[in-house]
Design a protein around this ligand. Structure first.
Ligand code: DMJ
Length: 614
């Protein structure tokens, strides 16, 4: 008996240990051909979303701010804006969380109104709320979300009514009047005013309302009128004059998404608006020329800051926010195709290969900002790269910059790079990052929160969960572990800066309504006068309701969104216009000759005139 018990006990121990070992392997063996089951990794992400959501629902339902440690919430103004709920809708659709969606929709329908006296930030409200509604509408086709986007869009667009058309920092939801920033001498952030265009142009496309389109593109025109050196823009701009304020240049806060939305505007309208591509390319060569640095001892490529403008010294400080750059560069080089396909295409060039290499280098640097940080394996908000030859580590962290807000930029780049290259390394890095978030940002009661200090043991937590944890970070983790490339394909969908997917579309009746003042050659004169006339006639949303605004019907995710019809080649468009004009001329000639015949035959002149008037 004793012998049997000993043998059984030993066997049990061996099996138990083996089971634990295998489980451990699943968690850490991310090597190529290793044991990670990506489907399961994806379900782990869903579980983290669910837990985050469940606690928010329980502690702070409907409120804009969530404090997971003190288990309470609050609103930013007198009434809720839907910050958490609206920003999360498309992630829930993607993950198939029907129950959560149902409750959220009901709350939006019954509780959410924007008709109250409160100043909101134009940029944040656009990217999180309007963007959230628009992508929810795109994925579900549910009109409630479009109606909400239109209602809020009509309020926010008042913020563009400055002397220059550059939006003020804030706008009052009730009066729809813009308010300049209380700080920064009343200037707006460059990134903020130049990161509204995807949302307002898609809103224009869906409603036919030209005002959204014109206001949004005018901002880029006014910025471009400043004719900056090498496409690098200062981070503040004055809504009164449209002039830049100061000469601080960076791709971190207040500068970042200006560059992101240049290339994404080009992609959104199916590569028909070259003006944005030209501007993006200019900026990119400016970045390469003036902002790149390399750390010691490992020569990590970083993008630094020019506190005194072009020509001044390069600071080696880099915000985590800059980490979107890897994804942006990869998207710009390949236009969302796989790298193999892009390389085979006629447009591929040594310059694009160089852009792509930079994309990989920057993504690697951003991964190191996680991997090299002990004990958490999570990046701080800001690092300073060491460039001194004697350095023993690539970067250091200042005491005030040790926090981690569960930001998405690095995982966003990993997702884009993985989709484009299929190199498993990006998933492996991503999975390790995910496990670190899971381990260190989980609160004692199972919610998720941000960190105060990624370097302390254990990492100190902070009492706040941002909505972008749900709308961006977890969405990009989920997509990184998705095997099916037809889920939100990168050449058919553009992700907003808040990770809200919107379709690539033909701009149809809309046109690029501006050209670059300081460039001899006009980039944008493409619209036939007839097209302009048509656009003017269709300015009101209601006029559009039945006018094919949904020609590319939004699809639910199981049937991954289809591409819009590709734009017709210019030569075909010109032919169509020519045919149309010829037929108009013929009709007119026929008409004239009919009248001449009638007059000759002595028909009553007044009758003929009546007919003509009619
Ligand atoms: C988000 O709101 C957006 O990604 C924005 O572009 C930058 N800041 C946060 C995430 O870090």
């Amino acid at each position: 008996m004793l012998l049997k018990a000993t043998v059984l006990g030993a066997a049990f121990y061996v099996f138990y240990y083996l089971g634990w070992y295998l489980k451990y392997q699943v968690q850490v063996d991310t090597s190529p051909g290793g044991a990670v089951d990506w489907r399961r990794a994806q379900q782990e992400v869903v579980q983290v979303f669910r837990d985050s959501w469940r606690h928010y629902e329980h502690d702070a339902w409907g409120q804009d701010v969530y404090k997971p440690l003190s288990q309470r919430g609050e609103n930013m103004g007198p009434k809720p804006l839907g910050w958490m709920i609206v920003d999360s809708l498309d992630t829930m659709m993607l993950m198939g969380l029907e129950d959560e969606l149902k409750v959220s929709r009901a709350w939006i329908k019954n509780e959410l109104s924007y008709d109250f006296d409160y100043d909101v930030n134009v940029f944040e409200t656009t990217i999180r709320m309007i963007g959230g509604f628009l992508s929810a509408y795109y994925l579900s086709g549910d009109e409630l979300y479009l109606d909400k986007a239109v209602d809020l869009g009509d309020r926010i667009v008042g913020g563009f009514d400055s002397p220059s058309g550059i939006p003020y920092a804030s706008v009052n939801l009730k009066t729809r009047r813009g308010k300049q920033s209380h700080a920064d001498g009343g200037a707006s952030s460059t990134a903020e005013v130049a990161t509204l265009q995807l949302e307002f142009k898609y809103l224009a496309k869906l409603t036919g309302e030209a005002l959204y389109w014109e206001k949004a593109e005018n901002v880029i025109k006014r910025l471009d009128d400043n004719n900056v050196q090498d496409g690098l823009v200062p981070i503040f701009v004055r809504p009164d004059s449209g002039r830049y304020q100061g000469n601080y240049i960076r791709l971190g806060s207040r500068g970042d998404t200006y560059y992101e939305y240049l290339i994404k505007q080009y992609l959104q309208t199916n590569k028909t608006e070259d003006i944005y591509k030209t501007m993006y390319d200019e900026s990119l060569s400016g970045i390469k020329k003036h902002l790149l640095g390399h750390s010691e001892p490992n020569k990590l490529t970083f993008i630094g800051e020019l506190e005194n403008g072009v020509g001044g010294p390069l600071s080696s400080k880099m915000d985590h926010l800059v980490c979107f750059v890897g994804g942006m560069l990869a998207l710009g080089a390949t236009e969302g195709k796989s790298i193999d396909e892009a390389r085979r295409s006629a447009r591929w060039s040594p310059k694009l290969e160089q852009d792509f290499t930079l994309a990989k280098e920057m993504t690697h640097t951003c991964w190191k900002m996680y991997e090299d940080v002990e004990p958490s394996g999570l990046s701080p908000e800001i690092v300073v790269f060491n460039t001194d030859k004697s350095s023993t580590s690539d970067f250091y962290i200042k005491p005030m910059d040790k926090h981690n807000l569960q930001r998405p930029e690095t995982i966003e780049s990993l997702f884009v790079l993985y989709r484009i290259t299929k190199d498993p390394i990006y998933r492996e890095w991503g999975y390790k990052m995910f496990k670190s978030f899971e381990k260190y940002t989980k609160t004692p009661n199972g919610a998720y929160t941000s960190l105060k200090d990624v370097t302390s043991t254990p990492p100190k937590q902070m009492d706040n969960m941002e909505s972008f944890w749900l709308s961006e970070t977890l969405k990009y983790f989920y997509l990184l572990f998705e095997d099916d490339d037809s889920v939100l394909p990168l050449d058919q969908v553009v992700f907003s800066t808040e990770a809200h997917p919107m379709p690539v579309f033909d701009k149809g009746r809309f046109k690029t309504g501006w050209s670059r003042a300081h460039h001899e050659k006009s980039n944008a004169q493409e619209a036939h006068p007839k097209a302009q006339q048509a656009q003017a006639q269709e300015a009101h949303p209601k006029a559009q309701e039945n006018a094919g605004a949904h020609q590319d019907k939004p699809k639910v995710l199981e049937n991954a969104p289809a591409a819009e019809k590709p734009a017709k080649p210019a030569i075909e468009q010109l032919k169509e216009i020519k045919d149309e004009l010829e037929s108009e001329v013929k009709q007119q000639a026929q008409h004239d000759s009919d009248i001449a015949k009638k007059l000759k035959s002595g028909e009553n002149v007044n009758k003929i005139l009546d007919e003509l008037i009619e």
